[in-house]
Design a protein around this ligand. Structure first.
Ligand code: NA7
Length: 539
């Protein structure tokens, strides 16, 4: 076996992997990033479908580690589009000379731990091997799309595209009959865009989502300057917030204020257009069914105003789960799109998708002729990318372990997998936070831990089983107190058949979580077992 040796192998060249590379290079370590895509960017490389846009505001959704970087970059919209975010990531790669450290078109399929020599061997689909004492899995939380196996898919004579593997050449929808399957954040972004060009769009909805108007707008130079003048304080406020982005909300129960006050507050935040702010309008929207009901009623009324046909509006209004217990979406003209002549809702709760045929889709009610089928059917989120790799630790594989329960120590390390770090893994705030901030927080924690261990002569780092279980129990206790635990969605792993039900995020808050990481660091990393190299190990 002809293996290449490094100090660190980083898997994934998205926001996390690139920052991990910056930190490793700063520490003088020989690092390589392995990336399966043909370019850098991760999530923002793959998800280039029409309408793709972030749901965290641009000033928050960016790196904070270098003031020069945040001063020199100018955002053009409140919610940046995919091309703008990708351009930003490319700017970062150029500024910090990262490209030479990234190996593209390199798909990691396996990683195995050598306990004698304290080394990971990383294998790729291209049959290459990389050896390093440390591996950082920066593989993303929404990086393995879920593709339902609808019968007959192979027979379809038109074009089939997946939102998460959008063709680089683009897709021409003009005058085409198009089905979009899935009405989560992605479907909600795609449907209005495709409807502008297509002859007809059939929106296949199984579960309606709650969505708020994004109230997206161009950002002026003055808008940028206003934030840049006090970016340090802006970031500090974000780090000390529950969601990793400051929300202009009050610490009050929705049930303690009058109906008029509640309505006014919901309206104020609705007009602002931010899922994070709206979901934290009151402090008990995610813990009290009754409080949540008030928010649901408010948004349902707005949906009724946006959709001309009252029957159609009722079909688009979610029932049976709490607002923000599944992803609360933002949109640009989503509900209004259903007022167009060329858009039809196919309500899969009543009209089952029975078969994909050569000509289109046969439902329990009709056959719909189509030229294009778009899958926006979501992801095997947070754990799916890692469980698909053959990762073998000290006593079994990660897919076996997480097949029972996605346990980890703070979402950053896993007992049984020494020297393997995960950026924004299960049990960390990850997708319930501003991912950029959570990624920075994790990468900094990881690189500081590596530096500290190297300085002290430790070659092996592993969380104890007890520390891991303590964190899992705490995380579960927090999520058990919320309405989120009961929802069926990718937040709880219940969108993927066979995946164990567990809230995949730590819901105690980015502020609380950050304080925990800082405390652990200050206390010399309790919960971790660190050991020196064994005698006789390969140098
Ligand atoms: P989501 O939010 O998981 O949405 C996927 C959608 O696809 C959702 O409406 C699903 O309905 C639907 N779906 C999935 N499987 C099927 C099958 N078999 N039949 C019919 N419909 C299906 O993924 P997104 O990509 O929209 O968003 C993911 C995150 O990316 C988003 O929250 C942002 O953070 C960015 P279901 O709800 O399962 O009934």
């Amino acid at each position: 076996m002809n293996a290449q040796t490094h100090d660190i192998v980083i898997v994934g060249a998205g926001i996390a992997g690139l920052y991990a590379l910056i930190r490793a290079q700063k520490q003088g370590l020989k690092a390589i990033v392995l990336e399966r895509g043909s370019d850098i960017g991760g999530t923002w490389y793959w998800n280039r479908y029409p309408g793709a846009r972030c749901d965290v505001e641009s000033f928050d959704y960016s790196y904070s580690f270098d003031d020069e970087l945040q001063q020199e970059w100018t955002w053009t919209e409140k919610y940046a589009s995919q091309p703008e975010i990708l351009a930003y990531i490319h700017h970062v790669a150029d500024k910090y000379h990262l490209r030479d450290g990234v190996r593209l078109r390199t798909n990691v399929t396996a990683a195995s731990w050598d306990e004698q020599n304290l080394l990971w061997t990383i294998a790729t689909e291209e049959n290459e091997h990389f050896v390093a004492p440390i591996v950082i899995m920066a593989t993303g939380v929404l990086s393995t799309p879920k593709i339902p196996d609808f019968p007959g898919l192979d027979e379809f004579s038109g074009e089939v595209v997946n939102s998460a593997h959008w063709p680089e050449r683009g897709v021409d929808f003009s005058d085409k009959r198009v089905a979009v399957i899935g009405t989560g954040s992605t479907g909600i972004q795609i449907i209005p865009e495709v409807a502008k060009d297509a002859a007809h769009v059939y929106a296949f909805q199984r579960t309606p989502s709650f969505s708020l108007p994004a109230q997206n707008r161009p950002l002026s130079v003055e808008d940028n300057q206003a934030v840049k003048r006090s970016y340090r304080e802006f970031r500090e406020r974000a780090r000390n917030s529950m969601l990793g982005a400051w929300t202009d909300t009050h610490d009050t129960s929705a049930l303690e204020v009058t109906a008029e006050e509640r309505e006014a507050e919901f309206q104020r935040l609705y007009d602002y257009g931010s899922p994070m702010r709206f979901a934290s309008a009151f402090n008990d929207l995610l813990t009290s069914e009754q409080a949540n009901q008030t928010a649901r009623e408010f948004v349902s009324s707005r949906i009724r105003e946006r959709v001309a046909d009252p029957n159609l509006a009722e079909r688009l209004i979610p029932t049976g789960y709490g607002l923000a217990t599944r992803r609360l979406c933002i949109d640009t003209g989503y509900y209004e799109t259903f007022n167009r002549e060329n858009v039809t809702l196919v309500d899969m709760r009543e009209e089952k998708l029975e078969q994909i045929t050569a000509r289109g889709i046969r439902t329990s009610a009709r056959e719909i002729e189509l030229d294009v089928i778009v899958f926006a059917t979501g992801f095997d989120a947070v754990t799916g990318t890692l469980t698909r790799m053959q990762i073998t630790g000290t006593s079994g594989t990660l897919s076996e372990k997480w097949g029972h329960s996605p346990d980890s120590w703070l979402g950053v390390m896993v007992h049984g997998f020494p020297n393997m770090f995960v950026v924004t893994g299960p049990g960390s705030p990850s997708v319930s936070s501003n991912m950029f901030l959570s990624i920075e927080q994790h990468v900094e924690f990881i690189s500081d831990l590596i530096a500290d261990s190297r300085a002290k002569g430790y070659a092996r780092i592993e969380p104890t089983a007890e520390a891991e279980q303590e964190w899992v129990a705490h995380s579960r206790e927090v999520s058990d107190g919320t309405l989120m635990k009961d929802a069926t969605s990718w937040y709880t792993g219940t969108n993927v058949p066979g995946k164990p039900r567990a809230v995949l995020q730590y819901l105690g808050g980015v502020d609380v979580y950050g304080a925990k990481l800082n405390h652990i660091q200050e206390e010399g990393y309790p919960g971790l077992e660190r050991a020196a190299m064994r005698e006789g190990a390969a140098a």
